[in-house]
Every structure is written in structure tokens, then in C-alpha cells.
Design a protein around this ligand. Structure first.
Ligand code: PLV
Length: 322
């Protein structure tokens, strides 16, 4: 069995984003992971620790965690059941089946699918693989930052890290990685879309809250409740986290611009981060005094995502009238 399932992904300088921002932008290309997103880092690590002798795993997912789990399970020779909500597009279901997974569709949003996955784990004795709320996932995701540190070389430190938040697993992993390499003073810009904004809602309320519904099309950001650890980081003062929202239209526009500029197709969940650059949120944060002048390159975690193809893109364009 390999030591890990994820790849060391490219760290690319984006000339067009750097031009727009007026300072250097690096892209960590997690879209090029075998399962199409960063999720394989944490899920690969967790499965290696917990599922070696499992009779099967079950994972609840908006899509990408499931794809990572299905890929890892196939490599480990363990059966995988992935529970997705009805909001996951058919193309994701097909991709999961192509990885050899059994797919169950349960409920309207991820939270419903998660309840069903927990039930299956209990009744069928399967190993439960959570998509974002587990220390082993964060440990796996943290490898992102140690890789970036190695790619940048000694003496270069990012000015800020830009990432998307769904349930908060990526955020927790990145913060752990920042701690590991001694970059805890680097601010993190945490992006969500309006309508999939459980982290922003928690930060505003001063406590973890549960959204009534997920109304954003960025379904892979669509957890109704952020994980406690992500919220705790926002309150702790150890790290600066700037929580910001973009509209679905801005996220979709960013997906299209990224496709044109970088020739890479990512999903809306990732578009939320890219929109912070393309919609000029970063200079606005600086003007408002919320983000200091960047002391190093802006690091964008291109989280990727497989819930998209050209047809799905045009469905979204019509729906959002972009
Ligand atoms: N997606 C999870 C949770 O969905 C999933 O099941 O796939 N970017 C992409 C492409 C993602 O797929 C996700 C999470 C995120 C960002 C956010 O990561 P998180 O959940 O760790 O904050 C409901």
C-alpha cells in the first residue's frame, strides 16, 4: 500500500491574477489530485488509519469527499458506499459509480445524507468517513502547506492564504499546516457563497449556528453547520481569519474567468475563492483596513471539484442568469 494517496500538486504563478491584484499570486492546483480535489489528502490519511481492516466504508458527501473516499477505497480494496443529497448532479453520481462505489441518494442537502451515512455505519458495521470534521482529515489537509513551503523555498512566506469553506475541514487543515511550518501570522481569507455561509453565520453570531437551508448553487460548500474547530479558530486570536461572502453569480463568473485565463475548469465551491481576486475583494479588504498590505505572494488554494462539466456550467449560467 502506498504511503499516501495524494499527489504533490503544482504551485503555479498566475500572471493574469498577479496583474489584476498588483502583486504575485500563486495557485496551489488541487484540482489535479486523482479525485479532482484536495479532499483526498485528509480522506486518504483517515482511511489509512481507520479503514485498513474495514469490511467497508461509508462517506456522506456533497460529491468531492465521496470521490476521494471512493478512489481511496478502490485502491485499498475496500467496498465504498457514498451517500449524497439529491442536489448532487447526475455527473457526480456517475463519477462515483465509475470509481466502483455504491451510491445512495438521501435527502435534499448534505446534512440529510450525513444522517443516513451515520445510520448505515451503525447498522451495517461500516467505517464512517466524515467529509470535514475529524482531526485525521485536518492532519492530511495540512500537507498542503508543508508542500507549498517546500515549493516556495526558504525565506519566502505567503502574504495571505485564500481558501473556500464548506464544513471547515480545509480551513482547519490549512491552519494546522500554517502552525506546523511557523506561518501562523499569515492571515487566512475564508470564502463562502451567500446561502452556503455557515462559517460566516457562526462568526457573526459568536457561536456555531445551523442554517435553515442551503440556497446557494455551490452545493459542495453546503453544510448547514460549520465544525466546532473551525469556529474555535475564528475566536481564538491565534490566527487571523477574514470571513467573506460572494454571490453565486460572482462565484460562477470566477469559474468562467479561471477557465478562460488558466484553462482549468473548477466547480462553484472553488469559484468562491477565485472570486475574491476577480471581484476585487482583496483590495477592498485592504482599503477597509481588514487585511494588511501583503508581505508576500497571495496563495490561492485551488480546491478543484468534480461537480462540473461544460453542460453543467451552462445549466448554472442559465439558472443564475450569468
Ligand atoms: N465538499 C464536501 C462537503 O460538502 C464534500 O462532501 O465534498 N472545495 C470543494 C471542491 C469541496 O468539495 C469542498 C467540500 C470544499 C471546498 C470545502 O471544504 P470543507 O468542507 O472542508 O470546508 C458539503
Amino acid at each position: 500500500m502506498p504511503e499516501h494517496f495524494h499527489l504533490n500538486t503544482p504551485l503555479l504563478e498566475s500572471v493574469s491574477m498577479s496583474k489584476l491584484l498588483g502583486s504575485t499570486v500563486y495557485l496551489k492546483m488541487e484540482n489535479s489530485q486523482p479525485s479532482g480535489s484536495f479532499k483526498i489528502r485528509g480522506i486518504g490519511h483517515l482511511c489509512q488509519q481507520l479503514a485498513r481492516r474495514s469490511k467497508g466504508i461509508v462517506c456522506s458527501s456533497g460529491g468531492n469527499a465521496g470521490l476521494a473516499a471512493a478512489y481511496v477505497a478502490r485502491k485499498m480494496g475496500v467496498p465504498a458506499t457514498i451517500v449524497v443529497p439529491s442536489s448532487s448532479p447526475q455527473l457526480v453520481v456517475q463519477r462515483l459509480q465509475d470509481q466502483g462505489a455504491t451510491v445512495r441518494i438521501s435527502g435534499k442537502v448534505w446534512d440529510n445524507a450525513n444522517a443516513e451515512a451515520l445510520r448505515l455505519a451503525e447498522t451495517e458495521g461500516l467505517t464512517f468517513v466524515p467529509p470535514f470534521d475529524h482531526p485525521l482529515l485536518w492532519e492530511g489537509h495540512a500537507t498542503l502547506i508543508s508542500e507549498i513551503s517546500a515549493s516556495l523555498g526558504s525565506g519566502v512566506k505567503p502574504g495571505a492564504v485564500l481558501l473556500s469553506v464548506g464544513g471547515g475541514g480545509l480551513l482547519c487543515g490549512v491552519i494546522q499546516g500554517l502552525k506546523d511550518v511557523g506561518w501562523i501570522d499569515v492571515p487566512v481569507i475564508a470564502m463562502e457563497t451567500v446561502g452556503a455561509d455557515c462559517f460566516n453565520a457562526a462568526v457573526k453570531a459568536g457561536k456555531v449556528v445551523t442554517l435553515e437551508d442551503i440556497t446557494s448553487e455551490a452545493k459542495c460548500l453546503g453544510a448547514k453547520t460549520v465544525c466546532q474547530r473551525a469556529f474555535d479558530y475564528s475566536q481564538g486570536g491565534e490566527v487571523t481569519i477574514i470571513s467573506e461572502l460572494v454571490t453565486d453569480q460572482q462565484a460562477l463568473h470566477a469559474v468562467q474567468t479561471f477557465l478562460d485565463e488558466e484553462r482549468v475548469l473548477v466547480e462553484m465551491a472553488c469559484g468562491a475563492s477565485l472570486a475574491a481576486v476577480y471581484s476585487r475583494l482583496i483590495p477592498r479588504l485592504q482599503d477597509e483596513g481588514r487585511l494588511p498590505a501583503l508581505q508576500g505572494p497571495l496563495l490561492v488554494i485551488v480546491c478543484g471539484g468534480s461537480s462540473v462539466n461544460v453542460e453543467q456550467l451552462s445549466v448554472l449560467k442559465q439558472k443564475l442568469q450569468c
